[in-house]
Design a protein around this ligand. Structure first.
Ligand SMILES: *Cc1c(COP(=O)(O)O)cnc(C)c1O
Length: 406
């Protein structure tokens, strides 16, 4: 399929290019001391990802440890409650081991570390979801695991800190600056520059310098590959539309990659939070502009000095001031449509899915559910497949305290 000059038959092979560019987005804008380290990962990945042994080992892990394939569920009661005849379906990444899609790329990254002969994985974490997934992968492979986390986040995210420690990870407190995600990223990169002979850095989404946006997409593409096949065998057709929430954009790229070359509408949903004023949302593709941060060129939200702007969302997994470079590319091409959902619509969807279907979604995923419902109201007929990126256990106390039972 051709779309605005891009051939989607060969898209996944041709994008990114060898230097990590999706059009003008992506690349690797990093300090000199990290260049050698990044080159080592890039070269190893290009070789190892084609090895039959690596592929079959990862496939066995997906099946025997992660519990894949995850099912697709038809949301009959929710669809009936909308009443347009449109049928909603969810891809159940909440049933992936550890409760979200993040383990898909963490198992891939940790397996790559093993093939490269590394002894340790290093990462930062904000809300702790990436840290928990990576700690899970490290425990599975017997790798050391250093997770950098700001002091403020450590206090806020006690259950995830406990999970990481139980899984054997070292949670390293970062006390610089605002003591949150940004400082944790800096500390993790500094540690990686010192330790790269024995360690690899594992990013938490389709972000960062090349090769991470490509590697994480490839590891997450299992979602889209499974979903396409399952949906076809379940309904005999492709969905009319697919929907996923976009923080950094890994669960979305995983699902989208399976449908880019099909006559399927694709929607990426960003958090509008409290509204469109800068600081009240994290809708970088809708309100941002081109810029370089954290090692890559993409569309980002900037403050008056051109630095990453403060962002907010009810979903801590979505509050990032940019999105992966591939999303910026697909946004400009028009192949994927990006839209927003605010906190209130998200909480309504959180309760609707829980009450009508018996599935408590992560607040991140509830953004995609809310958009799926909205879309179904505007369509005359057809089907919408929503990526349910994770389960909502982590969010229940917060939702009840802040919003009560709806
Ligand atoms: C981290 C997280 C997200 C956001 O990350 P992406 O890279 O945008 O997918 C979405 N949903 C859940 C459940 C998460 O834990």
């Amino acid at each position: 399929m051709q779309y605005n000059g891009v051939n989607f038959d060969t898209y996944l092979k041709n994008y990114p290019d060898r230097n990590g560019y999706f059009g003008k987005y992506g690349g690797a804008y990093i300090a000199d001391e990290l260049k050698a380290a990044m080159k080592e990962i890039t070269e190893a990945y290009y070789t190892i990802c084609k090895s039959a042994k690596f592929i079959s080992e990862l496939r066995a892990i997906r099946r025997d440890f992660q519990g894949r394939p995850t099912p697709i569920s038809h949301l009959e009661r929710l669809s009936n409650s909308i009443g347009t005849g449109v049928q909603l379906y969810v891809k159940r990444e909440d049933l992936n081991h550890s409760g979200a899609h993040k383990l898909n790329h963490c198992m891939g990254e940790a397996l790559l570390a093993k093939y490269m002969g590394k002894k340790k994985v290093i990462a930062e974490t904000g809300a702790g979801q990436h840290g928990v997934a990576l700690a899970t992968a490290a425990a599975y492979f017997g790798l050391e695991c250093d997770i950098y986390m700001g002091s403020v986040d450590i206090k806020k995210q006690a259950p995830n800190v406990a999970r990481m420690k139980i899984l054997g990870a070292n949670v390293i407190e970062v006390t610089e600056g605002l003591q949150t995600l940004k400082e944790a990223v800096d500390a993790a990169f500094a540690a990686y520059a010192r330790e790269y002979k024995d360690a690899i850095y594992c990013i938490g989404s389709v972000l960062g310098p090349h090769p991470f946006p490509m590697m994480v997409r490839d590891f997450q593409s299992v979602i889209g590959i499974e979903a396409r096949e399952q949906f076809l065998s379940m309904t005999g057709e492709l969905p009319d539309a697919v929907v996923a929430c976009v923080g950094g954009g890994s669960n979305a790229m995983g699902l989208f990659s399976g449908f880019l070359n099909d006559p399927v509408e694709i929607y990426g949903i960003e958090p509008l939070g409290k509204g469109p004023a800068l600081g009240d949302h994290a809708a970088s593709l809708k309100y941002g502009e081109e810029g370089i941060m954290h090692g890559f060129n993409s569309i980002m939200l900037k403050d008056e000095n051109g630095d990453p702007a403060p962002v907010y969302s009810v979903a801590s997994g979505l509050d990032y001031p940019s999105s992966g470079p591939e999303h910026a590319f697909l946004h400009d091409l028009g192949r994927v449509k990006y839209d927003v959902i605010d906190d209130e619509e998200t909480i309504d969807a959180f309760f609707a899915l829980s009450r009508l279907e018996g599935i408590i979604p992560a607040i991140e995923s509830a953004h995609a559910v809310a958009y799926g419902i909205k879309l179904a109201k505007t369509m005359g007929k057809g089907s919408v497949l929503i990526n349910l990126s994770g389960r909502g256990d982590k969010d229940m106390d917060y939702v009840i305290e802040k919003y009560g039972i709806r």
